[in-house]
Ligand binder design. Structure first.
Ligand code: F0G
Length: 367
């Protein structure tokens, strides 16, 4: 089937009319990759599936919501959009605004944006303003500016973003042939995505397209865990800069998703996120950005606490868990290089290279 983006794929569930001009980069339809090695390492009863959102056009899940938000901004006659961002939203907004031929302004926390994301916003021609503050400050600013100027706000407080993002849940159920997973794990920052996935699962269930609904398992970084702590965090910290957020806009709907689904919102330390980030890349061959690995870190933590031991799956005796890998690892090469083994540099001789790779000069083949 030709991929024409998530609005066309799920048109019946999207707020568009036959005359709406759809702004798309053919986002969505990302792979659901079985993670056999991770499952084996984490818990004997788990089947883990990775929803690899890094394969969207701008390298993150934000494209699902942005196609809808920019489509509506154009339909409503806006000539410009604005957003606050920890990086991915700005990259996506800049790309879709460029596609639509409208202006894009992004407000980001100075020095806390992964290089790949910053480069995307810049090359797509957005006006990039760095503030000496954090994401929460930036969001407050853009909300105020958008309320008083003819410019559309495309953060996930824009309900059209959520409408587009819920398509991720539809795709998972379609790939699992009419079943939602038993559990759905994902990182939580501004909390739009957990709200969107839960909305998608509920809608598909209500439409008779899914036989069940999953438990929603959301994970925040321990230094930026307002929902877990039950209060805003003034100075959020984590190396997973995408989820460095102290006062999520969709707090209430995230808590509803947790409670209605019988799930959990927990927290994982930077150390646990870094370990999961390396593990995912090194034993499964899947490169996601640090924030994305919070879902894997969270699973590891829940499994160690016995969370899955007595869980009854919807089909068979294995527990199916989907993990959303929200952004591509290439967004943040600095974190990868810091987390990985160092490279070596040697003289350009066979002898030196053999020594560096631990082979003896007399051995003729790798064994
Ligand atoms: N993972 C990545 C890679 C993200 O970029 C984000 C959010 C999240 C997870 C959390 O999703 O906010 O819906 O709970 N990034 C936003 C941004 C805040 O500006 O790019 P959420």
């Amino acid at each position: 089937m030709l991929n024409r983006g998530v609005i066309e794929r799920y048109r019946a569930y999207m707020p568009v009319t036959p005359t709406t001009r759809i702004i798309t980069l053919n986002e969505g339809s990302t792979p659901l990759i079985p993670a056999y090695n991770l499952a084996k390492a984490i818990h004997p009863r788990l089947d883990i599936y990775l929803k690899y959102e890094g394969l969207n056009p701008t390298g993150s899940f934000k494209d699902r919501g942005m196609t809808m938000a920019i489509t509506k901004a154009v339909e409503d006659g806006f000539e410009g959009v604005i957003c606050a961002s920890t990086g991915n939203t700005s990259a996506s907004a800049a790309a879709y605004a460029a596609r639509a031929g409208i202006k894009c302004i992004v407000i980001i926390p100075e020095g806390k944006i992964a290089l790949g994301k910053l480069s995307q916003a810049m090359i797509h021609g957005a006006r990039v303003v760095q503030i000496k503050g954090n994401f929460d400050n930036a969001l407050q600013l853009v909300r105020s500016i958008a309320s008083r100027h003819a410019i559309a706000l495309v953060n996930s407080v824009n309900p059209f973003r959520i409408e587009g993002q819920k398509s991720g849940a539809f795709e998972i159920v379609d790939d699992l042939e009419g079943y939602a997973p038993d559990c759905h794990a994902l990182p939580v920052g501004n909390a739009g995505n957990i709200s969107a996935y839960w909305k998608g699962y509920k809608e598909y269930f209500a439409a008779g397209k899914a036989k069940n609904r999953p438990k929603m398992l959301g994970f925040q970084a321990a230094g930026s865990a307002p929902i877990v702590l039950g209060r805003p965090v003034d100075d959020p910290q984590t190396f997973a800069t995408a989820i460095r957020i102290g006062n999520p806009a969709s707090w209430k709907t995230a808590v509803e998703a947790r409670d209605e689904s019988g799930g959990v919102i927990g927290m994982v330390t930077d150390h646990q996120i870094r370990d999961a980030y390396k593990m995912l890349a090194s034993i499964e061959g899947v490169f996601a950005e640090p924030a994305s690995a919070a879902s894997i870190a969270g699973l590891i933590k829940l499994a160690a606490n016995g969370y899955f031991d007595t869980m009854k799956p919807i089909v068979g005796d294995r527990i199916r868990v989907t993990c959303v890998l929200t952004g591509h690892g290439l967004k943040d090469p600095d974190s990868a290089i810091k987390a990985a083994e160092e490279t070596v540099t040697v003289e350009p001789t066979e002898e030196a290279v053999l020594e560096a790779i631990g082979l003896e000069a007399s051995v003729s083949a790798l064994v």
